[in-house]
Design a protein around this ligand. Sequence first.
Ligand code: BTN
Length: 264
Amino acid sequence: MELCLQELKKELAEEIIGHSIHYYQETGSTNDEAFRLGMEGAPEGTVVVANSQSAGKGRLQRSWFSPPSSNIYTSVILRPECNPADAPRITIMAGLAAAQTIETCCPRKARIKWPNDILLDGKKVCGILAQMQSNDDKIDFVILGIGINVNIAADEFPPEIRNIATSIAAQSGGYHSRQDLLITLYKNLSKWYKALTSNGFEMIREEWLKMASLIGCETQVKFGNEIIKGKALGIDERGALVISDSKGKVLKILAGDASIVKEN
Ligand code: BTN
């Protein structure tokens, strides 16, 4: 079913996130579009939604499979008054909001793999690409690009990601309204973003940890050619992954691709 822009606008008119919606039947990447709008001065909480993307972008220069009419592709513009070093907190907040949204329509537990992949039954159902524009020590804006695989069937994924990707429909055995999910997503993002800006990171960190997948496990994190291995202990007050290596040295990692080597 198509998204109904009029209903989205009615439902989200009062929300911090989603009060202004730019909808595209198809665009290259909603992140690129949101970035352009951010540079033009679009207000905080403006969102871009597309029915499909011809050049969907993933983290670490990967692409994001974005076929029409089955999934969610959206990017949110935020203008937090904080230091660029605190930006990872915002992506942690977004992961929590997205995971809670996915759980509302899926009997399976959603897990968050640091920094912000959402997994169902060990496979990726949602990814988040955060991009930032900053001047000196101040963030101008952050773009949170969120892709959720909603109604795509397991055999519709390209062969190279078929064993690592999944969708809500594939896990729950039924169709789900993208419209309802999108409204829930923006409401959850509004709630947690307000909590972050008014009360700080601690409560978000606690809620995130309840849904986290790596904690207590032997984990490896790849960043470029570097691989760091150790036991994942949690995340710190900035959203960095805290790892204890084989010598007991505690390391804090701000970016990378994490995977479990051995369950706890
Ligand atoms: C990841 O690699 O896990 C991040 C994937 C992010 C995909 C979303 S879809 C909407 C937005 N637009 C993009 O081009 N990418 C993000």
